[in-house]
Write a protein that binds this ligand. Structure first.
Ligand SMILES: [Zn+2]
Length: 178
């Protein structure tokens, strides 16, 4: 198997959707998996989680960040052990749906085998929020079905269990830790 961006991972997903990145392009990084196990992980993520999400909503699933090589993960501030490094995670939005609604629906789904589902909202300079759903799946081992909200506002970062609205993000007027 040749690992190229056009590689098909599942009926509706190709590798390029997981590997494209403005930061990788800017820094001329080779952001493609080098190992067949990473491809197997991505295929499992598509089959177990992303294709079912597409079918559930009947809408395209857009991947905003998928596979990350070590350098890319570091440049964008990912956790050092991020599942994005192994092809086990994708940050997604669902076309035409509010991201909080998608996160809430997926977190409550009775048989979606995700390891972590994180509704993430990051405040932009203009006060609006960039929002996405981080969803991961382990090909081997237990999938924990852990649902979290991570809000990053001007006042800091807040991690909450379950899915919560982005307007509970810390702002500069309050302390970071509740
Ligand atoms: Zn993520």
């Amino acid at each position: 198997m040749k690992i190229t961006p056009s590689l098909s991972l599942s009926p509706n997903f190709a590798l390029r959707e997981f590997t494209r990145s403005e930061t990788a392009k800017k820094h001329q990084l080779y952001n493609l998996p080098r190992d067949v196990s990473e491809i197997a992980n991505l295929k499992a993520l598509c089959d177990a989680v992303l294709e079912p999400i597409r079918a559930l909503f009947g809408r395209p699933v857009i991947i905003t960040s998928g596979f990350r090589c070590v350098t890319l993960n570091r440049l964008i501030g990912g956790a050092p052990t991020s599942q994005h490094l192994y092809g086990e995670a994708a940050d997604i939005i669902v076309a035409g749906l509010k991201t909080e609604y998608a996160a809430r629906t997926l977190a409550a789904h009775p048989d979606l085998p995700f390891d972590q589902l994180i509704y993430e909202a990051r405040e932009r300079a203009d006060g609006s929020f960039a929002k996405w759903v981080h969803i991961s799946h382990k090909r081997q081992g237990e999938n924990r079905r852990e649902a979290l909200t991570i809000l990053i506002g001007k006042g800091g970062k807040r991690v909450l269990t379950g899915i919560h609205p982005a307007d509970t993000a810390p702002n500069s007027a309050e302390s970071t830790e509740a």
